[in-house]
Design a protein around this ligand. Structure first.
Ligand code: SF4
Length: 267
């Protein structure tokens, strides 16, 4: 059996820590520091706090624009700030220190940066990634209006918290023909969600609500979940819940694979 050790810098967390083990379904055990659960946060409230730091009117903080190999090639804008705190998050400083002097971009500037990359590389797709793109509604909707006037396809990668909390926001997103939404589920149930994110377990339902709101609005959407945190019985029960919303969500559920932190080591 392999053991996989990872670290969480103290400033990344919002609650007390303890050392614990999470059994992965490929016979590995993830040993990590997780929150004790007695000091969980509300991700909707956290969104409001983060928004005050990373959004100014129509401007949003970004830390990088880059070509990426995913989806067969996609121009990617990496934004700053998230409303979750996943134990396996790669984002590091742009999520942990949103107040840092990252640059603000208007929707036009962000679109132009992605457009230049896409033209140079011959890509037909754009996305915002790196953190949570739905924080800063005004910025995102304006950016999507610009994309809608082109032939680009836009992949909206989100944890779904805000699209679940605000159905009108989900409806607005669904109106854009250029958009496909990928909701990245954090675990298969409320308990796993809280363990992985440190957020209150009830917020797991907001992720499913996002899928429901988008589906009800005829939006293009699919869900993803990490295979390492989806043992067979939990996966079956998650698929059952997805099928209740729309059978297509269960059928098209994407299984993602955990990529270890650069600092991770096998012992
Ligand atoms: S939702 Fe994504 S960006 Fe936010 S903490 Fe989780 S992995 Fe990181």
């Amino acid at each position: 059996m392999k053991f996989f050790f990872t670290e969480i810098p103290a400033e990344r967390v919002f609650a007390p820590l303890k050392c614990t083990c999470i059994r992965l379904n490929n016979c590995r055990v993830l040993i990590t520091l997780v929150r004790t659960g007695d000091c969980v946060y509300n991700p909707v409230e956290l969104s409001e706090k983060i928004e005050k730091i990373v959004v100014q009117g129509e401007l949003r903080k970004y830390y990088r624009f880059r070509p990426a190999q995913y989806y067969g090639g996609i121009a990617t804008a990496d934004c700053v700030g998230c409303n979750l705190s996943c134990i396996y998050c790669w984002s590091k400083a742009p999520r942990e220190k949103p107040s840092k002097a990252w640059r603000f971009y208007s929707p036009e500037q962000a679109f132009r940066m992605m457009d230049v990359i896409a033209r140079k590389r011959g890509y037909s797709q754009l996305r915002i990634s790196g953190n949570e793109p739905t924080i800063g509604k005004q910025h995102l909707l304006k950016l999507l209006e610009l994309v809608e006037r082109t032939d680009y396809r836009f992949i909206l990668e989100t944890n779904g918290i805000l699209l679940g909390r605000y159905p009108a926001y989900a409806r607005h997103i669904s109106n854009f023909k250029c958009v496909h939404v990928r909701v990245s589920l954090k675990g298969c149930d409320p308990e796993q969600f809280s363990l992985l994110t440190g957020a209150n377990p009830e917020a797991f339902e907001l992720q499913l609500d996002a899928l429901r709101n988008l589906t009800d609005a005829d939006g293009s959407v699919h869900a993803a979940v990490m295979k390492e945190f989806a043992p067979e019985e939990k996966l079956t029960s998650l698929k059952r819940r997805l099928a209740e919303i729309n059978p297509g969500l269960a059928r098209d559920l994407e299984l993602e694979y955990l990529m270890p932190f650069p600092s991770a080591r096998y012992i």
